[in-house]
Design a protein around this ligand. Structure first.
Ligand code: SIN
Length: 312
């Protein structure tokens, strides 16, 4: 979808769009996602996702099969190599955290599965059981994160590549012969890919900061000391509240986000209470950097203010 098509499609959307955050996040109402999406609704929804990067819908009662069908409208669904899934629905991962199953690694800023050559593009997460309190998810706008870097830092990192790894998921394998054999098999199936540190958004052509503390391990072409220092500086960008959006879940809230433009963090503040979420995800393309790509729109106002007032 071309950037100039986005606004007209949103203006004519057959549902209501209510912006909910400074640069990303919008609530969508007046649509039932359990029903098949017609072409006009699909195009408007896609445009809304490109504009707001995180869109959410309350009161979406649906079966797992209906959530799968909704996801498939956006592309081929991935099967996550490490997360548990629903019986007979390998595309549906289950994040069911409680007293006996503490969170593993969703409470670290990340874009989904950047340890893959072709990482997740869209994630579609539905709340099944909400904890008594807490359990919000936060997203950071990684276009603003890039825009708010100073010009010398932008120039230094643009065009560089970084190495990614499934890192914490190796903790799922026992420290014995059998566990280590299984881990070795996964290492062969998922060798470490490199991705651009600044990627070009495949639809909007914006520049996106694309390193994350969950899966990125090394900037290429630098010493470990240099790489660690620069990665830590870049990881700080996603922690900036001015371009974050935070969602408080209710059962049957469904949220969809574009991993080519945002990172997320699931607040791990509810243990030992239970929080159960189910997710399907659409496979993306290999991230790339196109030095000639020009975004069609100006940075959003908060981004402009933050960058130009010298706060960074
Ligand atoms: C995820 O990292 O995809 C899970 C986010 C969440 O549980 O809120």
């Amino acid at each position: 979808m071309q950037a100039e098509d986005i606004k007209p499609l949103i203006n004519n959307a057959p549902f209501t769009v209510t912006p909910a955050g400074p640069t990303i996040g919008a609530e969508i109402s007046g649509i039932n996602l359990a029903e098949p999406l017609g072409q006009a609704a699909f195009d408007a929804l896609y445009a809304t996702l490109m504009e707001y990067k995180v869109i959410y819908f309350h009161n979406q009662k649906m079966t797992a099969d209906q959530q799968v069908a909704f996801g498939k409208r956006f592309g081929e669904l991935e099967v996550h190599p490490f997360r548990p899934d629903l019986p007979n629905i390998p595309e549906m991962i289950v994040l069911d955290n409680h007293k006996d199953n503490p969170v593993l690694s969703t409470d670290i800023w990340h874009a989904d599965t950047t340890f893959r050559e072709e990482p997740t593009r869209f994630s579609i997460l539905r709340c099944m059981i909400k904890p008594e309190f807490g359990g919000d998810t936060l997203w950071a706008d990684m276009v603003s994160a890039y825009e708010c870097l100073s010009t010398p830092v932008k120039e230094m990192i643009t065009g560089l590549e970084a190495l990614h790894d499934f890192k914490n998921f190796s903790l799922l394998y026992a420290d014995d012969e059998e566990g280590q054999q299984k881990l070795l098999k996964m290492r062969k199936l998922y060798p470490r890919p490199t991705h651009p540190v600044v990627r070009t958004h495949p639809d909007t052509r914006e520049r996106v900061l694309y390193v994350n503390p969950q899966f990125t391990i090394r900037m290429l072409g630098m010493s470990v000391k240099e790489s660690d220092a620069i990665l830590n500086l870049l990881y700080e960008q996603s922690k900036t509240p001015e371009y974050q959006f935070r969602l408080h879940w209710e059962p049957d809230t469904l949220c969809m986000w574009d991993n080519a433009g945002v990172q997320h963090y699931a607040s791990n503040d509810y243990w030992p209470h239970r929080r159960r979420m189910e997710r399907v995800a659409v496979i993306g393309e290999k991230p790339y950097f196109d030095p000639d790509a020009k975004p069609a729109s100006d940075p959003k106002s908060v981004t402009r203010a933050h960058a130009y007032e010298g706060l960074h």
